[in-house]
Write a protein that binds this ligand. Structure first.
Ligand code: PLP
Length: 427
């Protein structure tokens, strides 16, 4: 008898991780898959493994005392409202505070941004903002432009709406304008370009001010709105990033922000800022999704933030993450002294100016996905870069998070990674 194929050989790659079901599922459900990263994390979370794979903020930065005080105050001052259903737009004082905060930040970066609090929608994490954007802007077959690489969670939010996801090339300064113009003119008009200008997840790259202006101009020329996702922008190390893209053309984009990286991700609190012309539709999608974000959590965030707490708290996160980044850079420089003179035969990496991630590239002939089990055997884990590409992946790339391991673990982990690479590097 001829050998039988493996049971899942005929299943399209997209469906590989979905178990068979007798249910008659919607076509879009077949496009939903467990996050590849979460699957990788399961393997890497074995005891004793030093993990550069996680994407979590450091728990050391969570302002527990400030939240404890805010909990008492909210329950004492306005318990019924805090525990009652509320408006879908979000808690008014928090919306006003977000608008003030963004206006001040943009002005400090040299760009006026006239935000009306009515344009702020409080979301259940910025991840929900991505989901609302997908529901309101994508039809089946719509073209959606993304960076290369890009945030996997955004692609997961867009995919059920059945778009054609098109990757736009990147260089160290940000999105390639030539590629954007070429893609913008090819095929049907794109619904939007999803872009992460600051300390990008996964690549750690920050878009320069010049590139932001060029990008805003090019997107306006070809009529493509920008969806700007900025959960890491406050986590700069030496100098604040240039102003948001949305501040350059407020009516041509939607801005997504998050409290996850500056306060705590478990509260699931984020926000979006949208032009008046599209806000009502996002609001209706939000109403259908969850009526509103938790009233209690919104008030907690407001109480914690209202006296300028972030101005005192966020610098301590920056200091911690910068020291962690420096430790990783130093460990990499020690382990790979020839990286800069011989980039094809040594690991190379960038120097993120903020955020949580560093982007590295293996020597020629190596593949980060294939190397991962060997690295785990040596006691260190990372996330291969390939899943972050919507188009052609660079198999040599990997994302290294520097924020959760201790400095001593960073040193041991990088040494283990270097040993793994040396063992498996083709001669
Ligand atoms: C680029 C990016 N956007 C959005 C999110 C979602 O963040 P939130 O916790 O606000 O939903 C993340 C989370 O890691 C992220 O990295």
């Amino acid at each position: 008898m001829a050998p039988q194929p493996e049971p899942d050989v005929c299943v399209p790659a997209m469906n590989r991780t979905n178990p068979p079901t007798p249910w008659n599922l919607a076509a879009r459900a077949a496009r939903m898959n467990p996050s590849v990263i979460r699957e990788i994390l399961k393997v890497t979370e074995r005891p004793g493994i030093i993990s550069f794979a996680g994407g979590l903020p450091s728990g050391k930065t969570f302002p527990v005392d400030a939240f404890a005080a805010a909990c008492s105050k909210v329950l004492r001052d306005d318990p019924v409202a805090a525990l009652q259903y509320a408006a879908s737009e979000g808690y008014g004082p928090l919306r006003a505070l977000v608008a003030r905060h963004l206006r001040a930040q943009s002005a400090a970066a040299g760009q006026d941004w006239d935000i009306d609090p009515d344009q702020v929608l409080i979301t259940t994490g910025s991840q929900q903002g991505l989901d609302l954007v997908a529901k309101v802007l994508i039809d089946s077959g719509s073209r959606v432009l993304v960076e290369s690489p890009t945030y996997l969670g955004a692609v997961m939010a867009f995919t059920p709406m059945e778009p054609e996801v098109v990757s736009i090339g990147n260089d160290a300064d940000g999105v390639s304008i030539a590629d954007l113009r070429a893609q913008g003119q090819a095929g049907a008009a794109a619904r939007f370009l999803y872009v992460l200008p600051n300390f990008q997840n996964p690549s750690g790259r920050t878009m320069t001010r010049t590139r932001r202006i060029e990008l805003s101009d090019a997107a306006a020329d070809i009529g493509v709105p920008l969806i700007e996702d900025n959960p890491y922008g406050d986590l700069w190390f030496d100098t604040p990033p240039p102003p948001p893209l949305t501040a350059l053309r407020p009516n041509a984009g939607i801005y997504l922000g998050s409290f996850s990286k500056v306060l705590a991700p478990g509260l699931r609190m984020g926000f979006l800022v949208a032009p008046h012309a599209v806000y009502p539709k996002l609001l209706q999608a939000k109403q259908a999704a969850d009526l509103h974000s938790p009233s209690f959590n919104q008030r907690l965030i407001y109480e914690v933030m209202q006296d300028g707490f972030l101005d005192r708290h966020v610098p301590s996160i920056r200091t911690l993450y910068k020291a962690q980044r420096d430790a990783m850079l130093q460990a990499l420089a020690n382990a790979f002294p020839h990286a800069n003179t011989d980039p094809e035969h040594a690991l190379t990496w960038n120097t993120p100016a903020g955020g949580m991630f560093l982007w590295a590239r293996l020597p020629r002939g190596m593949d980060a996905t294939q190397l991962l089990p060997h690295a785990v055997e040596q006691g260190v884990a990372y996330v291969p870069g390939a899943p972050f590409y919507a188009g052609q992946a660079d198999q040599r790339t990997m994302r290294l998070s520097f924020v959760t391991p201790s400095i001593e673990e960073i040193q041991r982990g990088v040494a283990a990674l270097a040993a793994t690479i040396r063992q498996h590097q083709p001669r």
